[in-house]
Design a binder for this molecule. Structure first.
Ligand SMILES: [Zn+2]
Length: 206
């Protein structure tokens, strides 16, 4: 088979897989209606499976993104700047992998540049890339730190996340006011206590 034919076949296969997944998604939502005691043919629910499957595509778009690609274009020219770079309290939404319920929170991502830097929006995109997957907060925090450590090679990375877990606030133990804080400190942020506490108070402060 010629190369362009091969490409055509693989594109068709890809489309067929997407179509199959889409239909499976619609069926899954209809099954949920049945499980909870709803009538899937009720007028208000007729288009809900379509809307829900579309929403899934948004909530879980992180599976189609590669954090290394996002961080690939680091720039080396930072004009000798080697102090703290921090993006504070970036809002994010994720989903708990145990209950598929929302995790809503903010993340502070900081690093101390060595020879390179990344555009500051890339930090927010890396957060979303991992948040838009099924997650536990501890792993989300560590994955962001890992990606920045590996791709930017800074002297230190700090990631702090504060989030509420709807699996705890709307069901289970019903602790509506509680939030969870996790942190990953690497390099200088780990070895220097003053840096650690500085970054933590900047994250927690108003
Ligand atoms: Zn949960």
């Amino acid at each position: 088979m010629s190369e362009d034919k091969k490409e055509m076949v693989s594109k068709l296969t890809e489309e067929a897989i997407e179509e199959t997944k889409y239909k499976a998604g619609l069926e899954a939502v209809k099954n949920i209606f049945w499980v909870i005691g709803e009538d899937p043919t009720r007028e208000g629910l007729v288009d809900t499976p379509k809307r829900f499957v579309k929403a899934l595509g948004e909530w879980f778009k992180g599976y189609k993104e590669d954090p290394k690609e996002i961080l690939a274009t680091s720039f080396s020219e930072v004009g000798g700047y080697d102090e703290l770079v921090m993006l504070r309290k970036i809002p994010f939404e994720s989903h708990c992998e145990h209950h598929i319920t929302p995790i809503i929170g903010t993340a502070t991502i900081a690093y101390l540049p060595d020879r390179g830097a990344v555009g500051v929006s890339k930090l927010a995109r890396v957060l979303d890339c991992y948040a838009k997957r099924l997650q536990v907060q501890e792993r989300l925090t560590a994955q962001i730190a890992d990606a920045i450590e590996e791709c930017v090679k800074p002297r230190g990375v700090a990631v702090i996340i504060t989030a509420t877990h709807q699996c705890m606030t709307t069901r289970g133990v019903h602790k509506a006011q509680s939030d969870m804080i996790t942190s990953e400190m690497r390099g200088l942020f780990r070895s220097e206590a003053s840096l650690r506490s500085e970054i933590m108070s900047l994250h927690l402060g108003g």
